[in-house]
Design a protein around this ligand. Sequence first.
Ligand code: AMP
Ligand code: GLY
Length: 436
Amino acid sequence: MRILVLGSGAREHAIILALRAEGTAHEIFAAPGNAGIAQDAVVVALDPNDPGAVTGYANDARIDLVVIGPEAPLVAGVADALRERGIPVFGPGRAAAQLEGSKAFAKRIMDAAGVPTGRAVRAHTADEIGVALDELGAPYVVKADGLAAGKGVIVTSDRDAALAHAAQYLGSAPVLVEEFLSGPEVSLFFLADGDHVLPLSPAQDYKRLRDGDEGPNTGGMGAYSPLPWPLEHFGGEDAFVDLVTRTIAEPVIRQLDAEGTPFIGLLYAGLVLTDGGVKVIEFNARFGDPETQVVLPRLVDPLSEALLAAASGHLEDCPRPAFADATAVSVVLASEGYPADPITGRALRGLDAAAAVDGVHLAHAATGRSDEGIVATGGRVLNVVALGTTFAESTQARIRGAGEDRTRRRPIPHRHRRARRRGLTRPRQDSTSVRP
Ligand code: AMP
Ligand code: GLY
């Protein structure tokens, strides 16, 4: 198959690696891609958010399937344009993608479909926000009603901070004040063809910056799959997945279809396992990042067939995707300064050595090429992904791949130690280093 993947992150690299792993000689194209993707696909200089440009290219290059990675092309109507031209595309049209783009739309669909979620109040003024905060109580959850690149949500016990966060968005859009949902979070992905869904294997992602789940929220610092612990209570993964399929994914897909906005693509259910049952925290209309990087390496069945079946309305004929018992763990290596002000342009060293660690591979997130070789072009630079038969094994491999082994940490050079003692400077590194 000739497959075009839109996007430039580790999620898209993971999709491409899964297509490559099928053993079928697909011709894979990526726009705009990154330096890692360029090793596994033909990178095309194409604006992924331009419906005309993508459609023209897909047509001229005789692409059999377009896979849309990020949300921006969905919201820009790229899937609509491709579908109009009869080009199979895995990704919902603009109207159905509102499930992610508008939290108010998602709440309305969930209410109509009878899907369990937290209570939410839509507020337009500071006064309304204050009333809603008091009604729903602390901890306060305030969300911007639109795409905010993971930065639109605040969860806080500080009422003033909740009000200040809301104030940033008032004027441009209403905000949602939501009931706090307490419990472990699970990400579960479904392939959808407008009518039917097929579940993938669950994962958890970690959003806080630092070890020990501390520091500010980020776009995601790591993930693992499967989830034996949180799902034991439900009778294991299969029983949990069946429950979410029946009570959440199928009703939502049916509701969207009934409203004339069929959802074709990846339905990402962000769930909380509360004492009162499984509830939806959010939907996304695309593969999750970084969860995809740990889910797809465990997929046994060919990804391309499942994506094409969804894109062409034939999921009913497709078997439920099977996953290896292997455990997958990933960690994100980010540039110094991430998330506030990441330093870019530094060269990456040790990539080959990291990928040579048994069970480890790299998914590139923000990398480019310069005279110095591969350099960091953004905050989240690389995902180090490790597969093992147990979590202990994959975590150890992941630690070796990311060069995090504390017993073998490189000593801080003397001049830096001296300077640090004197409080003169932070230790400087002139490269973002991946040490095996
Ligand atoms: P969202 O952008 O909706 O995915 O929210 C980002 C993160 O904020 C989620 O993954 C949760 O960790 C947290 N969050 C969002 N909504 C709630 C809620 N109602 N209760 C508790 N935590 C939440
Ligand atoms: N892992 C969170 C997201 O993809 O939105």
